[in-house]
Design a protein around this ligand. Structure first.
Ligand SMILES: [Zn+2]
Length: 258
């Protein structure tokens, strides 16, 4: 099953045999500038792993627009390089860089996605209004598609964004959250999203799904999220696997032999 968002170069995961042996399939997400060389090396080493270049809002205060731009330009011809991100806004944690810094860094990465014709992977936590305002204001730069990763907002909010960004391919990825009791409202969110715009991710090593919630998350746990998704959408797990893999290849513009 194609995992649309993981961080397998994390030291908690990179000694697991299934990861070393390449038994995982998905996108290794760049989240801070320092680790981008590792992220790209990991994708280059594993046939079924792709990668992105981006800076998470947590690192907005050590961001250099020039450094990221140079890195992107240098790697643009690498076929494993599929998107810009993760980037966005996180107002949940009080210890993160200022909102002004986060917004500036987010906008620059939207610009990069447009300039280099890549889809954009967005992280948005407790920052719905600013995220939506920025995406709508920059709609013309989202022609390559946008993915709201780890979707945590309501059905009304999802519908609003889809309507405001009409003409743009807006995808939503659901993670371990979907299996949590206190996040059951996400079942309604899932139901209002067009079937061809739904993805699943683990965000490993973070956000392990129930019943593995206390553990370090890893790619194989994607199955638990897929099982809940299948139940909510009244489909089989095999149908979900097919759906999210097809959607992920389309969003990330991955050409396959299939
Ligand atoms: Zn992530």
């Amino acid at each position: 099953m194609f995992d649309s968002h993981f961080h397998l170069t994390d030291p908690r995961l990179n000694t697991l045999p299934e990861i070393e042996q390449g038994q995982c399939c998905g996108v290794e997400i760049g989240a801070d500038f320092e680790s981008l060389p590792d992220v790209f090396a990991f994708a280059n080493r594993h046939e079924q792993v792709y990668c992105t270049a981006g800076v998470h809002p947590a690192y907005a205060d050590v961001y250099s627009a020039n450094d990221l731009e140079n890195f992107v330009a240098e790697h643009i011809s690498n076929p494993k390089f599929v998107a810009i991100g993760e980037c966005g806004l996180d107002y949940h944690r009080p210890d993160l860089p200022s909102r002004e810094q986060q917004i500036e860094v987010f906008k620059h990465q939207i610009h990069l996605a447009d300039r280099y014709a890549k889809p954009l992977v967005v992280h948005s936590r407790d920052a719905w209004e600013d995220t939506v305002e920025i995406l709508i204001a920059n709609k013309s730069k989202l022609k390559n598609g946008v993915l709201i990763h780890c979707m945590s907002y309501t059905a009304e909010q999802a519908t609003f964004l889809i309507n405001q960004l009409s003409g743009i391919d807006v995808y939503f990825a659901f993670g371990g959250h979907l299996t949590y009791k206190n996040k059951e409202y996400l079942h309604d969110t899932l139901r209002v999203i067009p079937l061809n715009r739904i993805l699943i991710e683990t965000d490993a090593p973070y956000l392990a799904p129930v019943p593995k919630r206390s553990e370090v998350n890893r790619p194989e746990f994607i199955l638990y999220t897929a099982q809940i998704m299948a139940k909510v959408l009244r489909k089989t797990v095999a149908e979900i696997e097919n759906l999210i893999t097809t959607n992920a290849y389309r969003f990330y513009q991955i050409k396959t032999a299939q």
